[in-house]
Ligand binder design. Structure first.
Ligand code: AHG
Ligand code: MN
Ligand code: MN
Length: 338
């Protein structure tokens, strides 16, 4: 018996039909992004067999040693997305400056931001990694976009998504009408809709934070985690569970699947740089997805999607996930400020 499944392409085309005067540009752009994710998935899957593990001899603008796969994945994204004429420019964690579409290709009306490989520290130990992307509209009349044209608040995103390279490869996507998850069927080479309309439970008893930073935490975070750790006997009256994968993509995917909170707050060690995670290609796309699934995403003091960016590689504190837990943490921040 043949079981018909919606492919990601079919899903995107059906979305496009809802939009009047849609040209198909966006659909085609998404298809190229999907292709890039398939290529990266294949490289990650083959790992040591094709010699892609380990470090490159370079550092990115954030002063982090690049992994070979960081550099390769960045290149795959550029090559897959520069030729078709839908983009004016791209920006990535692994590139200091904006990448303008080269003159031999037509330029289009969108801007693409991405973290080509999220969770790089996990590559060599064969733990899940991912790709995060965000699509913005290029401001009207701009033919040679500069950094400033990318500095749009998260509410302006047209689409956000991530690919997760785990036991199975998945793409999770929002265009502002809910969140859908697709699983790569290796036999037919297509992502098929397996997780329609993902929603996040409002309550949860699972948190994710890098507890090695505990001595640097600010009081509201310390209070929240202390209360979780106190369990049944403490203020919360129930036991909590903890996870830390060190791949934001994998943490967000877990939260979309079974609820929870993920925190990479600002602490005294990273105060200078404003946080750990990057606003434009990590925090914003993930916040768009989380909100579209009914969750909440905040710095502790403000909604992430409302932040007016001031730099391409700006970092922000991130607290996201199940509504009631994230709102509680935001309340603890207000109470400390007051
Ligand atoms: P990237 O690999 O793209 O630099 O991002 C890694 C991020 C995020 O995915 C993860 O949650 C966090 O950094 C892990 O940080 P620690 O190593 O401090 O735990
Ligand atoms: Mn990352
Ligand atoms: Mn990365």
């Amino acid at each position: 018996m043949h079981n018909h499944r919606t492919t990601i392409t079919q899903h995107i085309i059906e979305e496009q039909r809802r939009i009047q005067n849609a040209t198909g540009d966006f659909t085609s752009l998404l298809n190229d992004i999907v292709t890039a994710c398939k290529v990266i998935s294949n490289l990650v899957n083959h790992g040591a067999l094709i010699g892609v593990l380990g470090s490159a001899a370079t550092e990115n603008i954030q002063g982090e040693t690049q992994k070979k796969l960081d550099v390769i994945s960045n290149d795959v994204f550029i090559k897959s997305n520069e030729w078709a004429g839908h983009l004016a420019a791209m920006a990535s964690e692994e590139m200091d400056d904006v990448y303008l579409i080269p003159p031999q290709y037509p330029r289009g009306k969108y801007l693409l931001l991405f973290d080509p490989l999220d969770g790089s520290s996990n590559i060599d130990v064969n733990v899940s990694v991912g790709t995060i992307f965000s699509i913005l509209r290029c401001p009207d009349g701009v033919e040679n976009p500069t950094k400033e044209d990318f500095l749009q608040s998260g509410t302006k995103q047209i689409c956000a998504g991530y690919a997760l390279y785990g036991p199975s490869s998945m793409i999770v996507l929002t265009t502002g009408r809910g969140v859908n998850g697709f699983t790569l069927d290796q036999n037919i080479g297509e992502f098929v809709l397996t997780h329609p309309n993902l929603t996040i439970a409002e309550d949860s008893i699972e948190f994710a934070i890098n507890a090695s930073n505990m001595r640097f935490w600010e009081p509201p975070i310390k209070r929240y985690i202390d209360e979780c750790l106190a369990g049944k006997e403490g203020a919360r009256g129930k036991d909590f569970n903890m996870r830390w994968i060190a791949s934001m993509v994998a943490e967000v995917h877990r939260i979309l699947t079974r609820g929870g909170v993920f925190m990479y707050p600002v602490d005294s060690k990273i105060k200078q740089q404003g946080g750990k995670l990057r606003l434009l290609y990590e925090a914003n796309p993930m916040s768009f997805i989380i909100e579209q699934a009914g969750g909440v995403s905040t710095t502790g003091h403000e909604r992430i999607l409302d932040i007016q960016p001031n730099a391409l590689h700006q970092r922000v504190p991130v607290i996201l996930g199940s509504k009631n837990e994230v709102e509680r943490i935001a309340r603890y921040h207000q109470e400390t400020s007051a």
